[in-house]
Design a protein around this ligand. Structure first.
Ligand SMILES: [Zn+2]
Ligand SMILES: [Zn+2]
Length: 500
């Protein structure tokens, strides 16, 4: 589709070709090649479509993502309620994607475009999984009246749980920051009950009519949080956004989202809680950090949640540049299980002969004898594929799962249900999955992928339940690494700070 430009009262206006007035002069052009233009002034008498407002307020969307017709969208432009923005911009000779902020030259490509008929239409590869942003496709934003939530009573928190003293302290700190333009790090050990710490702060924000977002790198976490938050905030409009979710288009006040989905928001949130701020892919992808900055409003509070904040964040905390509060004790009050290191020899060599180290095999039989489940973390999918057939000979119910596994959900479910004695996994399960009566082992803990924070998170899978607080954590290795030693120290330090 091309756009046309035309003059109204001496100002340049634009319209998509199908809804263009008949008397436009320059020929239709790709959106990118239009002259500078302005939205018409706001016509307060115009009866705007509240569905479009709900879909678009605080967002930046492609025309294809909106439900009203092109004609109706254009009417909103004509009356000053929406603005068309460039999808791909040119900044000092470099391409920039206005949705995801990408400006890496190799992350752009061009193609012969069927929409604008240009032989070289540039598009962004970085955010293509959310629908392609081309040079010729505008990103639409809402500039009419904002959404309003007058929720003073319906936003009440319905929860009668108890907070531990450490949770209480963090909660107070958070509540005190609501409405303040600031950043806060909540450093909570695995199993501290960090979600409950957020409840009162979120309640205050919602009651003040603020729009709130909890963003997390992983879809699994969004899926887990949706029912929990619906239950405690039954009077609030809530939507869960992740790749493939159905609730994209509404004006919910409380949004649970993967960090990727934040690309679609602009100046939307008064409170953004970024969960697992150190986790892949957030820590590796600068455009995701950019997404948080874009999605927040000017005066917003950003809260970072982490069990293993990275060095930069810890430093900012130490230097007083970042307010922080620590929850060193698990909710059930028992210490974090401290990992034990077990040398297992040249395990890769043994694997080539279709064998596992003796002590790993003994651990597996021991787990099954005493009826305890176990996670066996391995450094790569390749290792996983070598190990699983060996273990299936011991017990055919043993399974392996990795990020790209099509049966991932079912396998995790079977493990949760206690049907799978040992689940061999890559680091995808290092966070989130919690099953009582489960011990944890790592094979090849010396491998680079097992960073200090990955190992702390892995160890954090054990002993989460108060019915089984003393889970076991074993690191099978072929040479101790600094990361292993630091992970152990980190855990012991937290236990000391918790007074345990
Ligand atoms: Zn992009
Ligand atoms: Zn095009």
């Amino acid at each position: 589709m091309k756009f046309v430009s035309f003059f109204v009262d001496g100002k340049t206006r634009i319209a998509p070709e199908p809804s263009a007035p008949l008397d436009h002069h320059p020929p239709p052009a790709s959106f990118y090649n239009l002259p500078d233009f302005d939205p018409p002034p706001l016509n307060e008498d115009f009866a705007f479509n509240p569905t479009l407002q709900a879909e678009l307020a605080g967002k930046l969307l492609l025309l294809d993502e909106l439900s009203p017709s092109l004609e109706e969208i254009q009417q909103h432009y004509n009356n000053g309620y929406i603005q068309y923005n460039k999808g791909i911009d040119d900044e000092q000779g470099n391409w920039k994607c206005n949705r995801c902020g990408n400006c890496e030259p190799h992350m752009f490509a061009s193609f012969s475009c069927y929409r604008c008929k240009e032989p070289q239409c540039v598009y962004c590869r970085n955010c293509i999984m959310m629908g392609r942003v081309n040079q010729c496709t505008p990103l639409v934003s809402w500039i009419g009246p904002g959404l309003n939530w007058k929720n003073r009573n319906s936003a009440l928190l319905v929860w009668d749980g108890m907070l531990s003293p450490a949770q209480e302290k963090a909660t107070k700190k958070l509540v005190g920051k609501i409405g303040v333009r600031d950043e806060l790090l909540i450093w909570a050990v695995c199993g501290a009950g960090k979600t409950e710490v957020l409840f009162q702060g979120i309640e205050k924000a919602l009651k003040d009519g603020q729009r709130v977002c909890i963003a997390t790198p992983r879809t699994d976490v969004v899926l887990e949080l949706i029912p929990r938050l619906r239950k405690v905030f039954p009077g609030v409009t809530l939507s869960g956004l992740y790749g493939g979710s159905k609730d994209k288009m509404d004006g919910a006040q409380l949004i649970l989202s993967t960090t990727h989905q934040l690309f679609r928001f602009r100046k939307a949130f008064d409170l953004i809680i970024v969960d697992e701020v150190d986790a892949f892919p957030f820590s590796y992808d600068k455009t995701l950090a950019h997404a948080v900055q874009q999605a927040k409003r000017e005066e917003a509070l950003i809260v970072y949640l982490s069990a293993t904040p990275d060095r930069k964040m810890k430093k900012r905390g130490e230097h007083g540049e970042l307010s922080s509060v620590k929850i060193p004790k698990r909710y059930h009050g028992f210490p974090l299980p401290v990992p034990r290191f077990l040398w297992c020899g040249h395990w890769k060599k043994r694997l080539k002969k279709n064998k596992l180290p003796q002590n790993v095999m003994s651990w597996i039989s021991h787990q099954m004898e005493r009826n305890r489940q176990g996670f066996l973390f391995v450094p790569s999918v390749r290792t996983l594929e070598q190990i699983v057939p060996i273990l299936k000979e011991v017990n055919p119910l043993i399974e392996g799962v990795h990020a790209e596994d099509p049966d991932r959900k079912e396998k995790v479910m079977r493990f949760r249900n206690g049907e799978t004695p040992i689940l061999v996994t890559t680091t995808i399960l290092e966070r989130g999955v919690t099953v009582p009566f489960t011990d944890v082992a790592v094979l090849g803990a010396e491998e680079e992928i097992f960073s200090e924070s990955a190992l702390v998170q892995i160890a954090g899978r054990a002993g989460r339940s108060k019915d089984d607080p003393a889970g076991e954590v074993l690191f099978f290795h072929y040479g101790k690494t600094t990361a292993m030693v630091q992970a152990k120290r980190h855990i012991e330090q937290m236990n000391r700070e918790a007074g345990l």
